[in-house]
Design a protein around this ligand. Structure first.
Ligand code: ADP
Ligand code: MG
Length: 332
């Protein structure tokens, strides 16, 4: 449905979108996840034909967004980060204006306005000025205008930002519902929100795509790692020797404690993390050394999101990274 190839955008000499390539297929809800400044809005503005790219290609339903913008834009409904609402108008007047701009007329326009107002549940405020509406209702009006013209793809840029918790739940439900009839791409900087709504997740950081997978796969493939902590009587050199024979361990950091014990920390990865624990236990036992404590704490998707998005930080001082040995998911 949407094909993005080597998309790059410079603002002056600042690289905001860095060689993005991905394909969006019909019938899914895609979460475009990344911290503030990652390049989400820039990418969405380019996909929807609102902003030019420095280089690269975007194809919507077979139409190049730069060469055939009319045909391409026809397939997309867009709610930008700052929706251009006319505050002095009522939702109904505003939708009529947007519908006409999208080429709808007469009975068809009226029917579609009624349908989208019902879909996003704004009939009760149809005659109120937009300036008098809550942020939640304004966001619904914004979504309603994106739905006019029945586009195949709905793109929503951070639709829940600035809403209160109840409004957030309502908008999330609405997005799920839209996903039954449209392909939806929505952006967020909140991992839990993307996990709750999407079946496909793209993670973007510093303009680069750092992960793209099914939500379930991403969680599974990324959380097969853990932080291992242990305490032993063995001397540091001896610990390194013992653990040298255990598979799946990252760099080992050791610290001698005042009580004569040695505490250690390292990253563990593997299909079965319990197996790593067993291997460590038997390695110490086999060497005749006492293992006083051993704990494994599994990396949460939150940790991984933080690490993935920090990892590509440009020109940052090298920081200690807990999960740096983990294999990154394939980028398609
Ligand atoms: P996101 O939506 O993920 O928060 P944006 O796409 O808005 O990120 O911005 C990506 C980067 O590009 C940010 O560092 C932002 O400051 C910069 N940026 C965005 N718009 C402009 C602009 N018009 N001119 C210069 N820099 C911009
Ligand atoms: Mg943004």
């Amino acid at each position: 449905m949407i094909k993005v190839e080597h998309l790059t955008k410079y603002y002056g000499d600042f690289l905001a979108v860095d060689d993005l390539s991905f394909t969006i297929e019909e019938g899914h809800v895609y979460g475009f996840l990344g911290p503030n400044g990652a390049g989400k809005s820039t990418t969405m503005n380019i996909l929807t034909g609102c902003l030019s790219a420095t280089s690269g290609r975007v194809e919507i339903g077979g139409h190049d967004i730069f060469e055939e913008p009319g045909e391409a834009k026809h397939l997309i409904g867009y709610l930008p980060e700052q929706p251009p609402l006319y505050l002095s108008e009522t939702p109904e007047e505003y939708l009529r204006f947007v519908g006409e701009a999208k080429g709808l007329r007469g009975g068809e326009l009226t029917a579609q306005i009624e349908a989208v107002m019902e879909q996003v549940k704004i009939e009760s405020v149809r005659h109120r000025r937009i300036s008098a509406l809550s942020k939640g209702y304004r966001q619904r009006v914004g979504i309603a205008q994106a739905l006019l013209g029945d586009p195949k793809v709905i793109i929503l840029d951070e639709p829940t930002v600035g809403l209160d918790p109840i409004q957030i739940i309502e908008i999330r439900d609405l997005i799920r519902q839209l996903g039954q009839e449209h392909t939806v791409i929505f952006s967020s900087h909140i991992l839990s929100e993307v996990q709750a709504i999407c079946d496909k997740i793209l993670i973007i950081a510093h303009g680069k795509l750092v992960a793209f997978d099914d939500a379930d796969n991403l969680e599974q493939s990324l959380t097969g790692s853990a932080e291992l902590r242990f305490t032993t009587d063995a001397a540091p050199d001896r610990v390194r020797e013992i653990l040298g024979g255990v598979d799946g361990l990252g760099e080992i950091r050791l610290e001698s404690q005042p009580d004569g014990t040695v505490s250690g920390q390292c990253h563990a990865a593997g299909e079965d993390l319990r197996q790593v624990s067993r291997a460590i236990f038997f390695a110490f036992a086999g060497a005749g050394e006492a293992l006083l404590e051993l704990s494994l704490s599994r990396a949460s998707l939150e940790d991984i999101f933080l690490e993935l998005t920090e990892d590509v930080a440009p020109a940052q001082p090298e920081k200690h990274k807990l999960f740096s040995k983990r294999k990154k998911p394939e980028i398609t």
